[in-house]
Design a protein. Structure first.
Length: 412
């Protein structure tokens, strides 16, 4: 008895099937045919095969599909009907369009319409659609139809229909099935994938060898190897868009707050921000008259910080000023009326002397209180610290900070 095996070689863009002859140790090609030549039709055959074995269109156990309707036409005010409607393990609806030997030019537009129609289906409607499908399958049988809700919960591995999410916004998937794809289709599918619309193209090829018939099913877009990468890239892009949106929102809030704060400063006795303009950053510096030294306000989401910021490009210079001020720490804190945080940050270029005020800064009802506090505190801080900075000015001009070695105990 001669044993004969059939193997498939998958290449980019094509699938070739070969028969293995163990006796001769050779392979011979199995002839690829068209569905129409073999007498198969789209609805009567290909659609039925996929309806009863949807796992042919999956790439693994986690990608399992459950068919919930066939020839679905439940769209308001249209007579259109999609080939197969399925649901995946994540509760996403999947529109499956079959086109037999040729995809045609307009299948992507057709599927997009169906996906948009399905996007509005509620959880209750989906259960009803599935129940009608189960009822149709049970016609002519002696038993009752299975309960759609129970079957759906079993598939999704859930206990309660109210606790699961089904068909959430922008979660719909599209699967195309055809023996041949036109360029108009493949380029459109690849383009749609860039916008987070999950589309897959499966190439189906029938074969005949004697009286035996075979069919290969191969995912060509995206390739199985690229699927995880594309999903990861889409998730990364979504995260970046969310971050960008949050950043823009924050920039608007900062600009609005600085606008009000500068206006209030200009009406006060403190002249720090007489020449300042609002910006979209989270900090607003005020001049001290010494290069690299500013009286700054930092506007974060959950706190606001008022500080003396030492950020000259020569770290030794910042350390010198910081140490000189710290010699008067008790006097400065006594006159300001609170303890300050003294951060020399020796390993960084900048140092700061600050006080942090915890508050939900994005709640605009807090802004009048917050603005009043900033002006009051900053006015005190400038009045107390500025005389010390003025006494430092002539000394800063006479020190060569390129060769200066800090001596914290030397004083000024």
């Amino acid at each position: 008895m001669i044993l004969v095996l059939v193997i498939i070689f998958k290449k980019v863009g094509c699938v070739s099937m070969y028969r293995i002859d163990r006796v001769s140790n050779r392979i011979t090609p199995v002839l690829a045919r068209s569905f129409s030549d073999l007498g198969f039709s789209e609805r009567k055959h290909l659609q039925e095969w996929l309806a009863f074995h949807p796992q042919a269109l999956t790439t693994g156990e986690d990608d399992e599909l459950l068919i919930i309707q066939k020839e679905f036409d439940g769209f308001d005010e249209t007579r259109e009907r999609l080939d197969l409607l399925a649901i995946d393990k994540e509760g996403n609806l999947v529109v499956i369009e079959n086109k037999l030997d040729d995809s045609g030019r307009d299948v992507t537009w057709q599927a997009l319409k169906y996906a948009s129609y399905c996007a509005s289906l509620s959880k209750i409607q989906i259960v009803e659609i599935y129940q009608r499908y189960l009822n149709q399958l049970s016609l002519g049988s002696s038993g009752d139809s299975p309960n759609a809700e129970v079957e759906l919960l079993n598939f999704l591995q859930a206990d309660d229909i109210d606790s699961i999410q089904i068909n959430t916004l922008q979660s719909q998937r599209i699967i195309f099935v055809a023996a041949k794809y036109r360029k108009e289709v493949t380029s459109t599918v690849l383009w749609l994938s860039q916008f987070g619309i999950r589309c897959q193209c499966f190439k189906v090829t029938p074969y005949k060898e004697g009286e035996e018939l075979f069919m290969s099913v191969d995912q060509i877009i995206p390739t199985p190897e690229a699927s995880d990468f594309m999903i990861g890239m889409m998730a990364k892009e979504a995260e970046e868009k969310e971050t960008s949106s949050t950043k823009k929102k924050r920039e608007v809030i900062c600009y609005q707050f600085w606008e009000l704060l500068i206006e209030a400063f200009q009406k006060s006795n403190c002249s720090l921000h007489d020449s300042s303009a609002p910006n979209a950053n989270m900090w607003l510096p005020g001049p001290s008259g010494i290069p690299g030294v500013s009286y700054s306000t930092v506007f974060a989401k959950s706190w606001v910080r008022v500080e003396i910021y030492l950020a000259h490009w020569k770290p030794q210079r910042n350390n010198y000023i910081f140490n000189a001020l710290e010699l008067h720490r008790l006097d400065i804190e006594s006159k300001v009326g609170c303890s300050l945080k003294w951060d020399e940050l020796p390993k960084k270029k900048a140092s700061r002397i600050s006080y942090t005020y915890p508050i939900n800064s994005e709640d605009k009802t807090h802004w009048p209180e917050l603005i009043s506090w900033i002006i009051d505190f900053m006015s005190k801080l400038e009045a107390v610290v500025q005389p010390h900075l003025e006494r430092l000015k002539p000394k800063l001009k006479n020190i060569d900070f390129d060769v200066y070695i800090e001596d914290a105990e030397s004083g000024v």
